[in-house]
Design a protein around this ligand. Structure first.
Ligand SMILES: NC(=O)C1=CN([C@@H]2O[C@H](COP(=O)(O)OP(=O)(O)OC[C@H]3O[C@@H](n4cnc5c(N)ncnc54)[C@H](OP(=O)(O)O)[C@@H]3O)[C@@H](O)[C@H]2O)C=CC1
Ligand SMILES: CC(C)(CO)C(=O)C(=O)O
Length: 304
C-alpha cells in the first residue's frame, strides 16, 4: 500500500508545518484538515499563512469527510476526545494512524477506539515553529520519531516510513520509541511548563543560576524518577542532552505552552504535570516541582 491521501486533525502549528511539507511533495489535493462541523464554521474565514505565504490547503467538515490512507493527529491533547469522534468519519479498515501529540497518552486512547494494528507511537521535535494569530513561522521543521507498539503491524511502520521519505519529512523509525517519548515528555514537563508558568522564553529558562532554570531542571529530574519507576531507563545523560538542546536554540523562542499563555488557550498541563503527579502518587515518589507547576498553570488559566 502507498499513502496518497493524508488527513490531519488539527490545523495549528504542527499540522500546518507537516501538512504543507506533504502537500509540497504530493500536491495540495493529497492533504486535508478534517474538523467537527462547528469548528469548521468557526474557522471558515481564517486566512492562514505559512512563512508568510497564504495557505491554500483545504478544510473538510467531518460530516462530509471520507476515509484517508493516513490520519495524523495534531491537536493539543485538550482536544483529543473530540478529535477521536471526528476520526470515526475518516478511519476506514485500511487507514493508518499517527499521533504527533506531546505526552505519552494519546496513542493509547486512539488504540482503545481503533486498535493497535494500524497505529504507531510517535512524537515530533526540534522545530522552531511559532503559530500565533493564524500565522505559522518556522525556519527548522524538526523531525518525527516514531515506532511500533507491541500490537502494531510491521507494514504500518514501513508504509508511513515510505511516505515521510517520499515527502522529505525528516524522521527516524525508533526501535525503543517508549524511551524517546518519555525523553520528550521529560523535556516538555520542564521547558513547556516553566515557560508557561513564568511567561518565559528558552533564554530565560536556561539562564544560569536563575529560578526558572531551577524549575526547568527540577521538573525534568522528577519526570526522570517517575519514568524509572515505570521501567523506562531515562538517565541523567538524557536529561543533560535535553537541557543542552534548549540552550542551543533561539533564546527569544518559546515552546507551544508559552504560546498558549499568550493566546489564552487551555494548556496541556494535564498531559504533562497531570501525568507525572498521577504516576508519582502510584509509585510514592515526591514531585513538589510538578505539584507547584500544576497549580500555578491552572491558576493562570482560571484568571483568563
Ligand atoms: N508547536 C510546537 O512547536 C510543537 C507542538 N507539539 C505538540 O503537537 C500537538 C499540536 O500542537 P500545536 O500544533 O502547537 O497546537 P495548536 O494549538 O497550534 O493547534 C491545534 C489545532 O488543533 C485544533 N483542534 C483542537 N481540537 C480539535 C478537534 N477536536 N478537531 C479538529 N481540530 C482541533 C485547534 O483548533 P481550535 O483553535 O479551533 O481549537 C488548532 O487549530 C500538541 O500536543 C503539542 O504539544 C509537539 C512539538 C512541537
Ligand atoms: C520541544 C518543544 C519545546 C519544541 O519543539 C515542544 O515540544 C513544544 O513546543 O511543545
Amino acid at each position: 500500500m502507498q499513502i496518497n491521501k493524508v488527513a490531519f486533525i488539527g490545523k495549528g502549528g504542527v499540522g500546518l508545518l507537516y501538512g504543507s511539507m506533504i502537500a509540497q511533495a504530493l500536491g495540495d489535493d493529497a492533504v486535508e484538515y478534517v474538523m467537527d462541523d462547528a469548528r469548521f464554521e468557526r474557522h471558515a474565514d481564517d486566512a492562514l499563512t505559512v512563512n508568510g505565504e497564504p495557505c491554500a490547503l483545504k478544510s473538510v467538515r467531518a460530516s462530509e469527510a471520507t476515509p484517508a490512507d493516513l490520519v495524523i493527529l495534531t491537536v493539543k491533547t485538550t482536544g483529543l476526545d473530540q478529535a477521536l469522534k471526528t476520526m470515526e468519519h475518516i478511519v476506514g479498515p485500511n487507514t493508518l494512524i499517527a499521533s504527533l501529540c506531546n505526552g505519552i497518552t494519546s496513542e493509547q486512547k486512539i488504540a482503545e477506539r481503533f486498535g493497535w494494528e494500524h497505529t504507531v507511537l510517535g512524537i515530533c521535535q526540534g522545530m522552531d515553529a511559532v503559530f500565533l494569530n493564524g500565522e505559522l513561522t518556522f525556519t527548522n521543521a524538526g523531525e518525527i520519531r516514531f515506532g511500533a507498539a507491541a500490537g502494531t503491524e510491521p507494514a504500518t511502520v514501513t508504509t508511513i516510513d515510505e511516505l515521510y521519505t517520499r515527502c522529505g519529512v525528516a524522521h527516524t523509525v525508533e526501535s525503543d520509541i517508549a524511551h524517546r517519548m518519555w525523553a520528550k515528555l521529560m523535556l516538555n514537563d520542564g521547558i513547556n511548563q516553566t515557560c508557561m508558568a513564568y511567561g518565559g522564553t528558552y533564554g530565560s529558562a536556561t539562564e544560569p543560576g536563575s529560578e526558572q532554570r531551577r524549575c526547568f531542571v527540577s521538573a525534568m529530574r522528577e519526570t526522570l524518577a517517575v519514568a524509572n519507576a515505570e521501567g523506562i531507563e531515562l538517565t541523567e545523560a538524557d536529561l543533560t542532552q535535553m537541557v543542552h538542546l534548549i540552550e542551543g536554540i533561539d533564546p527569544a523562542g518559546m515552546p507551544s505552552m508559552a504560546q498558549d499563555r499568550i493566546a489564552r488557550r487551555k494548556t496541556e498541563v494535564e498531559e504533562f504535570a497531570g501525568t507525572i503527579c498521577r504516576l508519582a502518587a502510584k509509585h510514592d515518589i515526591q514531585v513538589p516541582q510538578n505539584d507547584w507547576l500544576y497549580r500555578r498553570i491552572r491558576d493562570i488559566e482560571k484568571s483568563w
